[in-house]
Design a protein around this ligand. Structure first.
Ligand SMILES: *[C@@H]1O[C@H](CO)[C@@H](O)[C@H](O)[C@H]1NC(C)=O
Ligand SMILES: *[C@@H]1O[C@H](CO)[C@@H](O)[C@H](O)[C@H]1NC(C)=O
Length: 504
C-alpha cells in the first residue's frame, strides 16, 4: 500500500496540516509501482532539505495506466458521456479546487518556493480554477460543420477525441489543469506525468478528481522521471496524442519519440527568449513595472519571461535608473514563501540554481556589465538576486539562450524605422511572446505585425487570459493552449461524405 505524507504548516501566512498520497494514481486508486519503481526526493528550495520522497513509476506502470484509461474511455467517458455531463464534472472539480485553494497553494509554495499569496492568487485561483471553469463551458459546445459541396452530397465534420492522451507538465507552474481541462472537456482520458521536481500539488489534485466523481481511469497520474515515465508516455503505441509544456530540448525528444513510435500528435509549449521593447513615448513608470514583473515574477521561471529588454535612447537612462530600483526593491523583499512581504524566492532546485549562475557567469566572462545582482543571495537555499546586465551583445549566450531565472539584459536602440529593433527582437530561435510599450497606437500595431512571436502584449507584461490562445512560433512550440484554439490539440476532425443522389 502506498503511503501518505502529512505536512504541517505553522507559518504566519498559513497554518494547517495537508495530507497527500505519494503513490501512483491509476484507475482512481493509489497503487505502488509494479516492480519497485523509483523513490524521488522532493526538496524545499529555501533550505535544500528533503520535504518527503514520492514514488516514481516505470514504463510498466504507464502500460497499466494506459489500459485503465482505455477501459474508461470505452465504457464511461469519451462521446458516450454527453458534453454537458463532462462539463458538470469539470465545474465541480473547479469548485473543489477553490474550496481547497489554501492547501493546494501551500503545497505549491512549499515545493516551488514561490510566495504563498502568488501561488494562491495566480496558480490556483486564476490558472487552475479558471481553466476548469472555462473548459467546463466548452464541453457541450464541441461542434463540427456542415459543408455544402454539390446537390448530390451532404458532407459534415465531427471533432472527435483521440482517446488516451498523454500529458507532461512543468515545474514552474505545476498545476495540471491547463492540459487536463481541455483534454477531458473534449472527451479524452489522461495519462499524466507531473514534473518530478514539483509533484506535490498534482498528488493532492488527484484526490479531488475522485471527489468530483470522475469515472476511475479518466485521469491517471504517474510520477516519475522524464527518462522513464516521460519517455514511456511519448512512445506508447496506444497513446494517440501528447501535450507537453517544458524546455525546447525535451520537446525535441518527445517529437523524436513520437516519430520513432506511433507518430502520435504532439502539442508543444516550449521555451522563450522574449523581448520587451520600450519606446521613448511609453509611460515610463508603467513600462518599468511591466518590464520588471515581466522578467522577475516567479523568479524568472516563466517561459514568457521578458529577458531581453530593448529601450529607445531618449528614455534609456531614466528607464535604467527606475528599473534598477525595482530590482533593488525586489532584492530587499527576498524570502521564503511563507514570510510576510516576501516577493522574491529561490530558484526551484540546485540544478536550476547552478544553471542560472552559469549563465550569469557566462555574461560576465563574455564582457557584459552587471548593473545589479549577479550573485546568489544568502548561504542557504537557491536564492539568486534579481540581475540586470547592460552592454550585452546579440551573440552572447545571455542574449540567445533561455536562462529561466531572474536575469535580463537591457539594450539601447535608436529608432523603430529601418526595423533595427524588430530584427534584434526577432533574432533568436524562439518566438513565444513579446511586449511592446508605447503610447503610439499605429506603432504598436506595426510592431505586433512584425514581431515573430505567438503572443504580443502591448502596454503590458505577459498576462495570460484563459479565453485567449497562447503558444509559440518557431522553436517555442507548435500548438495553442487556452481559448477555443486549445480544443484543436485534443480533437481530430473526421469528414463524412454522404452521397444523396449520384449514381454510377
Ligand atoms: C543575430 O544574432 C547573431 C548571434 O546569434 C549575431 O551574430 C547577429 O549579429 C545578430 N543579427 C542581428 C541583425 O542582430
Ligand atoms: C524578424 O527579424 C529577422 C531578422 O532577425 C528578419 O529576417 C525577419 O524578416 C523579421 N521578421 C519580420 C516579420 O519583420
Amino acid at each position: 500500500m502506498p503511503q501518505a505524507y502529512t505536512h504541517t504548516f505553522d507559518t504566519p501566512l498559513y497554518k494547517g496540516s495537508v495530507t497527500i498520497n505519494i503513490g501512483l494514481f491509476i484507475d482512481g486508486k493509489w497503487v505502488d509501482p509494479v516492480d519497485g519503481g523509483d523513490r524521488i526526493d522532493v526538496v524545499d528550495p529555501c533550505t535544500g532539505k528533503v520535504i518527503t520522497s514520492v514514488v516514481g513509476g516505470t514504463s510498466k506502470d504507464v502500460d497499466i495506466a494506459v489500459a485503465a484509461a482505455e477501459k474508461a474511455y470505452k465504457t464511461s467517458w469519451g462521446l458516450k458521456v454527453p458534453g454537458s455531463e463532462r462539463g458538470k464534472l469539470l465545474a465541480k472539480l473547479a469548485d473543489l479546487v477553490e474550496q481547497h485553494g489554501d492547501e493546494l497553494a501551500a503545497l505549491e509554495a512549499l515545493n516551488v518556493g514561490k510566495p504563498f499569496h502568488m501561488a494562491k492568487m495566480i496558480d490556483i485561483m486564476t490558472i487552475t480554477v479558471q481553466s476548469l471553469r472555462y473548459y467546463a463551458g466548452w464541453a457541450d459546445k464541441i461542434q463540427g460543420k456542415t459543408i455544402e459541396t454539390n446537390e448530390n452530397k451532404m458532407a459534415y465534420t465531427r471533432h472527435e477525441p483521440y482517446g488516451v492522451v498523454g500529458a507532461i507538465t512543468p515545474w514552474n507552474i505545476p498545476i495540471v489543469t491547463l492540459k487536463i481541462a481541455p483534454l477531458l472537456a473534449t472527451g479524452n482520458v489522461a495519462v499524466l506525468k507531473p514534473s518530478e521536481v514539483t509533484p506535490l500539488t498534482a498528488l493532492y489534485f488527484a484526490d479531488l478528481v475522485n471527489k468530483a466523481g470522475f469515472p476511475p481511469g479518466t485521469v491517471n497520474i504517474i510520477n516519475g522521471y522524464g527518462s522513464t515515465v516521460g519517455d514511456a508516455i511519448s512512445r506508447h503505441p496506444s497513446i494517440r496524442a501528447i501535450a507537453f509544456t517544458g524546455s525546447t530540448l525535451t520537446g525535441r525528444k518527445i517529437l523524436k519519440a513520437s516519430a520513432e513510435s506511433n507518430m502520435k500528435k504532439v502539442a508543444l509549449e516550449l521555451g522563450g527568449k522574449s523581448p520587451t521593447i520600450v519606446f521613448d513615448d511609453a509611460e515610463l513608470d508603467q513600462a518599468i513595472k511591466w518590464a520588471s514583473g515581466g522578467i522577475f515574477s516567479n523568479m524568472g521561471q516563466g517561459c514568457v519571461a521578458g529577458s531581453r529588454i530593448y529601450v529607445q535612447e531618449g528614455i534609456y537612462d531614466q528607464f535604467l535608473q527606475g528599473f534598477k530600483k525595482s530590482a533593488e526593491v525586489l532584492t530587499d523583499a527576498t524570502g521564503g514563501p511563507f514570510e510576510p512581504g516576501a516577493q522574491h524566492g529561490p530558484q526551484v532546485s540546485s540544478l536550476q540554481f547552478e544553471r542560472v549562475m552559469g549563465y550569469i557567469n557566462s555574461g560576465k566572462t563574455e564582457g557584459a556589465n552587471v548593473l545589479i545582482g549577479g550573485e546568489r543571495q544568502g548561504n542557504t537555499g537557491y536564492f539568486i538576486k534579481p540581475t540586470i546586465f547592460t552592454e550585452a551583445k546579440a551573440d552572447m549566450k545571455i542574449m540567445q539562450e533561455e536562462i529561466f531565472g531572474p536575469v535580463c539584459s537591457v539594450v539601447k536602440f535608436k529608432t523603430e524605422e529601418g526595423k533595427q529593433v524588430t530584427e534584434w527582437a526577432n533574432n533568436t530561435t524562439y518566438g513565444l511572446s513579446a511586449n511592446v510599450l508605447t503610447t503610439n497606437v499605429a506603432r504598436s500595431i506595426r510592431m505586433a505585425n512584425n514581431l515573430e512571436a505567438g503572443s504580443v502584449w502591448v502596454n503590458s507584461g505577459p498576462v495570460v487570459d484563459m479565453a485567449v490562445p497562447f503558444g509559440g512560433f518557431k522553436q517555442s512550440g507548435n500548438s495553442k493552449e487556452f481559448g477555443q484554439y486549445a480544443l484543436d490539440a485534443y480533437t481530430q476532425v473526421k469528414a463524412i461524405h454522404i452521397n444523396i443522389g449520384q449514381r454510377l
